[in-house]
Design a protein around this ligand. Sequence first.
Ligand code: GDP
Ligand code: IMO
Ligand code: MG
Length: 427
Amino acid sequence: MSNTVVMGAQWGDEGKGKIVDLLTREADLIVRFQGGNNAGHTLVVGDTKCILHLIPSGILHEEKQCFIGNGVVLDPEVFCQEIDDFLAHGRVIGPEHLVVSKKAHVIMPYHKLLDAAREAIKSGKDKIGTTGRGIGPCYEDKAARIGVRAGDLTNKELVRTKIIKALQEKNVLFEKLYGLPPLDPEEVLEQIWPFAQRTAAYLGDVSAAIQDGVKAGKSVLFEGAQGTHLDIDHGTYPFVTSSNTVASNAAAGSGCSCAMLDRIVAVVKAYTTRVGSGPFPVELDDVTGTFLQNNGSEYGATTGRPRRCGWLDVVILRESVRLNGPTGIALTKLDVLDGLEELKICTAYIYRDQQVLYPPQEENSLAEVTPVYEILPGWKENISVCRTWEDLPEAAKTYVLRIEALLGVPVSLVSVGPDRDQTIMRS
Ligand code: GDP
Ligand code: IMO
Ligand code: MG
């Protein structure tokens, strides 16, 4: 039995949801280990499309057990909404299917308010373009050691005390800095309490459950959110999210040993996209950029914002390989490139008159680089109908093999459409 981490190698939205859903067939336990409902993971099964923000993408497989680990930030209202959405489609998700770590931090109404107020006060180029879900402020309270944890949700008095303490500081910010009315602790408590009580029914010891499961011969799939270049430490800071998105956080964010992480699957989109602000060297503001956006339906699964599009950037992917140590690559959305005359791959940057193979580390240095491109031939065929490696046109095979050679990691899976069966397994 092997345990697998699935993580994004670019700026998110690589197609992790589809890959997790596919690989769930081989797993027993599926765990989210960081991020929150800033994520939007899309699963397509036949005519049905489902977008999950918080519940792990393994949930569509009814016999599997899903977990929300300690590294996740959880909005109880969103959690209940997702469960209700499943209920509306006739699926009951109970605590036997889904367990929430008592150590996961809770996104409170004042986190969402702060997220929005901070973005509103920033001038254009300084805006991070967050999803507005309160992710950053919630992780801040975790680090400041004043957060509400999911395990607290069984104790109304404790939550009340924590809200009062948190608002002592935050109300000063709301009133004096952001020109907003202060929040009343009792109102905040009453607002969240119905959702808190429902969430409390799902609480458990995720760390113990995973470790007991592994001892009993079960295998675990760790579902990453966001992407490596949105990582709080290793991403394009400050235009990043507030958690560690790299594979190694699968262990810390779920409460298990790194030695348990056997396989690391890096999900790589066949071109590059980014939502929100921040430097993006390969961005295309031309007809090809529009082609990728339209053909790839590149609109955010969480906020609906159009995603910025560009060619494949191997410089940031090399860094992702270094940071995550993937054992294989799942290459997604190759079909979106159908019909392009030629394809460009950015293999290096020019930075301050030097050619570099890895992203420079100075803040915002990616805004200064010029991409160096290699040009490959495109293909005219509709590859979304291909089901084996042999079915692919030669030019598509050449593109995949070139990525493999540049990164030194096998492309073990090629995705040619959103559906489960639009997948070519290579190993
Ligand atoms: P995630 O956040 O990494 O799970 O990715 P998203 O769900 O935000 O965005 C990926 C989008 O691409 C979704 O709409 C998927 O249904 C879709 N998708 C995934 N794989 C493929 C593929 O191989 N081809 C095409 N055309 N669409 C895909
Ligand atoms: P999935 O899991 C793409 C981006 C936001 C913004 C930055 C910070 O679907 O790949 P935050 O709300 O996290 O404080 O926003 O991070 N971002 C994502 N971009 N995919 C995601 O998740 C993202 N989650 C956050 O657009 O630029
Ligand atoms: Mg997404």
